[in-house]
Write a protein that binds this ligand. Structure first.
Ligand code: SDX
Length: 431
């Protein structure tokens, strides 16, 4: 944050208040209101935080109007094309692209942390087989606090580093185990001779009864999905992780809070909801009925996979995923995929409709991801766990940035109180 040379002047009644303005390296200026309540006795009001910057951050920048997403300055489309998930993890965590030696060391450290404590297997067996994998992930990741005591002290830089690597490394293992548990198949251990995405595919789809060969094109598509979901500024689940972490809670508990928040259909749960919506639409000829419902104020139905708090242009991740959907379906020889046809026709119609144009509702990251994941053999219930394992590096990077900020304070918003004013207790006989 640059020192403020500019100020904003606020007038309340016959008093005026000068508020410092800080400028970012790129993007909107911010008005610093930290002293507002102390000097003017008023709060600002911004439910949903549509106009509120909650922190400084140097990790991810989004230009919603232009549909731009940068990770440490690098455009997401270039990273999706030229980089790979663990290199993007390094970039998000440490701020720069690694040298070959740094990357090799980082990948080796992650690889050697992919197994979980053997006794954690028991946790899975406490769930019903029909538990949603997100319920399992929330519980098991929170329970990591009970198994990895040597990386819970957030004030120790080395413990923060170990916790970061453990979370990035173990999340695919936990997600795959959550899947295997719900389909009644044995857990598959990670292999150190496989890369991150190939390991995850094998842990999900291999069975002891036969060899499993990872298809390199599917592994590349999986890695691209991981990369596209890695981080996204101060979204709801990242803000949850930051707020939980601001109390000094251990990293595993805070990431579990992020997983719980991501689960919601308005956020990371939208990929599952979007695919279920496409199946409900069934055929492109039914699209107009659903477009009408989405526009109907009295109908709670929304087009899942459309709209975004920040993007008022196409989500650049959706553009990359749309290309990947074509590639993966071609590879799998999935001709005439009805879901993809319906999705493309829905996108075409919606983007020509005045309601969607006026409200700037474009496809977001969740619109095409479900189609790819279903084609790869994942059930819809696994879509959000895959989002969660991808976003773990974003949560961890933002957590690390906040913990290392000497100005960090516990997050404690205020409110516009609309309840009863003070009144005396009434004995029950008099009510
Ligand atoms: C993710 O924050 C992030 O960065 C999230 C994410 C990430 O990487 O972390 O990008 C991942 O969560 C993507 C979003 C996935 N969610 C969905 O696809 C669910 C469907 N989308 C909507 O629920 C909605 O668009 C949100 C939640 C994504 C954004 O909601 P906002 O910013 O609070 O906007 P809003 O609800 O105030 O909507 C503005 C207007 C409203 O109409 P009016 O009240 O002005 O008349 O647009 C309408 C809404 O009714 N609208 C939609 C719509 N989304 C918004 N109408 C129909 N279909 C939709 N999808």
């Amino acid at each position: 944050m640059t020192d403020s040379e500019k100020t904003a002047t606020l007038s309340i009644g016959d008093k005026t208040y000068d508020l410092p303005i800080h400028s970012p390296t790129v993007g909107p200026d911010v008005i610093d209101i930290r002293k507002l309540y102390g000097t003017a006795g008023v709060f600002t009001y911004d439910p949903g935080f549509t106009s509120t910057a909650a922190c400084d951050s140097a990790i991810t920048y989004i230009d919603g109007e232009k549909g731009v997403l940068l990770h440490r300055g690098y455009p997401i489309d270039q990273l999706a094309e030229k980089s790979h998930y663990l290199e993007v993890c390094y970039l998000l965590l440490y701020g720069d692209l690694p040298s070959a030696a740094q990357l090799e060391d980082f990948e080796d450290r992650v690889t050697r942390h992919t197994m979980i404590h053997e006794q954690m297997m028991n946790f899975f067996r406490g769930f019903r087989r029909d538990a949603h994998p997100m319920a399992v992930m929330t519980g098991v990741v929170g329970a990591m606090s009970a198994f990895y005591h040597d990386s819970t002290d957030i004030n120790d830089p080395w413990q923060r580093e170990v916790a970061s690597i453990r979370l990035i490394a173990k999340m695919p293992t936990i997600a795959a185990m959550a899947y295997k548990y719900t389909i009644g198949q044995p857990f598959v251990y990670p292999r150190n001779d496989l890369d991150h995405s190939a390991n995850f595919l094998r842990m999900c789809f291999a069975v002891p009864a036969e060899e499993y060969e990872v298809n390199p094109i599917l592994s590349r598509a999986m890695d691209r999905i991981f990369t596209l979901h890695a981080d996204h500024e101060q979204n709801a689940s990242t803000s949850t992780v930051r707020l939980a972490s601001s109390s000094g809670a251990n990293p595993f508990a805070c990431i579990a809070a992020g997983i719980a928040c991501l689960w919601g259909p308005a956020h990371g749960g939208a990929n599952q909801a979007c695919l279920e919506m496409l199946k409900q639409i069934g055929d492109p000829e039914n699209i107009p009925e659903y477009i009408a419902r989405a526009k109907d104020k009295n109908d709670p139905f929304r087009l899942m996979g459309f709209g975004h708090r920040v993007y008022k242009n196409t989500d650049p991740r959706a553009t990359v995923l749309k290309q990947s959907a074509d590639e993966v379906l071609d590879l799998l020889g999935v001709e005439d995929n009805k879901l993809l046809q319906t999705a493309k026709e829905l996108e075409r119609i919606a983007l020509e409709d005045d309601y969607f144009i006026e409200k700037k509702l474009f496809p977001n990251v969740d619109f095409y991801s479900g189609i790819i994941l279903e084609a790869m053999g994942f059930p819809t219930a696994m879509f959000t766990p895959i989002f969660a394992l991808s976003r773990t590096v974003g949560w961890v990077s933002q957590w690390k940035e906040m913990i290392e900020d000497p100005g960090m304070k516990i997050g404690r918003p205020r409110q516009l109180y609309t309840g009863a004013t003070m009144r005396d207790y009434v004995d029950i006989e008099k009510r």
